[in-house]
Design a protein around this ligand. Structure first.
Ligand SMILES: NC(=O)C1=CN([C@@H]2O[C@H](COP(=O)(O)OP(=O)(O)OC[C@H]3O[C@@H](n4cnc5c(N)ncnc54)[C@H](O)[C@@H]3O)[C@@H](O)[C@H]2O)[C@@H](O)CC1
Ligand SMILES: [K+]
Length: 502
């Protein structure tokens, strides 16, 4: 099952549909949620000297009470802290009655509860979930402060209390979780704004809501390795079967970028590869790449000259994919190359400086053949009318809006996680790894994408598979500080064969 990433509203809708349309009682969903949480936390709770379940006034708190009941069933000691037993949701009232009837230790007075929290080694945070809708105030801010000051392991149910589930903004103070146990689906707030920093390790727990309800809600999806498919390679094939690519880039000061991109492309299965570079770097690039054909275009001041675009015009009809950008520099010629590439019939991939070169000619995206774009957050400002802060605050909306406006495009927005959008589809790849936060890493992704597109001719498949491969390449047994671009390139064959086996 592919995990959904929902806004607060979508998560609520999924709950409501499950309850109304599939007649699943909400207490049953809650029981599933509690059982899944308990299963994941059982070992820690068993080993804890003292554990506290801190419960708020809604169904998040009710989940906490249901977990306390399962602890009692398994003879695990824990204390429930419910600060305000007079104001409870309907389901929580039922859970609270059971807690009292079963004589499970519970406190409602603040001072002794804060002492318990200070001494606890495991805290379950069930204060607020999807329903937090205003800034945290007393007594909850004092409670959260004490949780954060304790040395305990903190597991938040559904979302760290204090985070708004859609925006990931901390509404005042927020629990700093070691783990978040998302109920039924991830929330966009786990990925946006402060959500990354407060959620800790994320888990998503199924509670019996039918999958297709999420499909209906068109939520973003979290991609796992099993969800991607590398293009099949028939043994009875020839180099034409696997695509002809032209990769355009390089300059006097950045010739490494285009060579790394080409190496990654070749290792990712392209049939034939031609590399177009400014003639001033002909010698150095030629020495590094005997597998690719080199085309040299005239240069000026260490980058492509304007008249170099004639070389592209002459060649462009011969290729399935034209990729532009790696180490190209931000010049008038880059803008012109972008324009002429987009006026071809081939698929076009625009990376790095080519995204900049597109900024004043976005109308060219309205074409027949597909376009792949791989901006990082800053480069995204060139592709839409938003500033960096707005994009950072809501990358989900940025990508979906762009993809609705440009249905021919597949957009890959890179940050510490990657968003991939195409028309109304939105995917997240989340393998944050600082080994990729280095120069050269984007060029390698560009090469992988070009190689994959040549084989499958499906931009979305190339994007989802390519981003996953790129991330898996970084998961090597080397300290992230020391990983070189060449290490990633050398990892490509290993990742390919492990994906093909699966
Ligand atoms: N059927 C369902 O709806 C299910 C819901 N589940 C749980 O229910 C949660 C959502 O429950 P709710 O919608 O009741 O929402 P919450 O439990 O997040 O809390 C909502 C309550 O908190 C109050 N509140 C909001 N912000 C506040 C603030 N700053 N200070 C004080 N009070 C504040 C609201 O007035 C409301 O009473 C999910 O996060 C999940 O943990 C799960 O049990 C699975 C099933
Ligand atoms: K919570």
């Amino acid at each position: 099952m592919t995990q959904s990433i929902c806004t607060a509203n979508q998560a609520r809708q999924a709950d409501t549909l499950a309850i109304q349309q599939y007649r699943i009682p909400s207490l049953l969903l809650m029981e599933h949620a509690a059982q899944e949480c308990f299963c994941l936390l059982k070992k820690r709770l068993q080993n804890a000297r003292s554990s506290v379940i801190v419960c708020g006034p809604g169904n998040n708190g009710a989940d906490g009470l249901a977990i306390a009941r399962l602890c009692k069933d398994h003879k695990i000691k824990c204390t429930v802290f419910l600060p305000d037993p007079c104001h409870l949701s309907m389901d929580e009232k039922i859970q609270w009655d059971m807690i009292q009837a079963l004589d499970i230790p519970h406190i409602s007075d603040l001072e002794p509860a804060l002492k318990k929290i200070e001494q606890a080694d495991v805290i379950i945070d069930a204060l607020f979930g999807n329903g937090l809708d205003r800034p945290i105030q007393e007594p909850y801010s004092k409670i959260i402060q004490t949780i954060n000051a304790s040395n305990a392991f903190v597991a938040s149910i559904d979302i760290a209390s204090g985070l708004q589930a859609t925006t990931g903004k901390a509404l005042g103070i927020c629990v700093h979780a070691d783990q978040t146990l998302a109920i039924d689906c991830f929330k966009t707030g786990h990925y946006r704004n402060e959500g990354r920093q407060y959620s800790g390790q994320l888990f998503c727990l199924p509670i019996g809501i039918p999958d297709h309800l999420h499909d209906r809600l068109k939520t973003a999806l979290l991609l796992e390795t099993k969800d991607v498919q590398i293009p099949l390679r028939n043994s009875h094939s020839h180099k034409g079967t696997f695509g002809k690519a032209l990769m355009i880039g390089g300059s006097q000061s950045m010739h490494g970028a285009i060579t790394m991109a080409c190496q990654a492309c070749y290792r990712s299965g392209i049939g034939t590869l031609t590399c177009m570079i400014p003639d001033c770097i002909q010698e150095i690039v030629g020495q590094k790449m005997e597998f690719a054909m080199n085309l040299c275009a005239p240069s000026q001041d260490g980058t492509f000259a304007l008249e170099g675009v004639a070389c592209l015009d002459q060649e462009k009809s011969k290729y399935d994919i034209l990729s532009l950008g790696n180490g190209m520099g931000r010049t008038k010629a880059t803008e012109l190359f972008v324009e002429h590439a987009l006026k071809s019939d081939a698929c076009v991939l625009l990376d790095a400086d080519a995204c900049w070169g597109l900024r004043d000619q976005l109308h060219l995206l309205d074409r027949e053949a597909p376009v792949l774009l791989t901006p990082h957050l800053k480069e995204m400002t060139y592709l839409c009318q938003k500033d960096l802060k707005t994009i950072q605050e809501d990358p989900f909306d940025t990508v979906s809006t762009f993809c609705k406006e440009h249905p021919q495009c597949t957009l890959i927005l890179k940050s510490d996680f990657t968003l991939i959008g195409h028309q109304d589809k939105l995917y997240v790849v989340d393998h944050a790894n600082s080994a990729l936060a280095k120069g050269g890493s984007g060029d390698i992704l560009c090469g992988i994408l070009t190689g994959l597109y040549g084989q499958c001719r499906d931009p979305l498949q190339a994007a989802t598979t390519g981003v996953m491969i790129h991330n898996l390449c970084a998961a090597i047994k080397k300290d992230p500080a020391s990983v070189m671009p060449q290490d990633l390139i050398e990892q490509i064959p290993i990742v390919f064969s492990s994906l093909r086996e699966n």
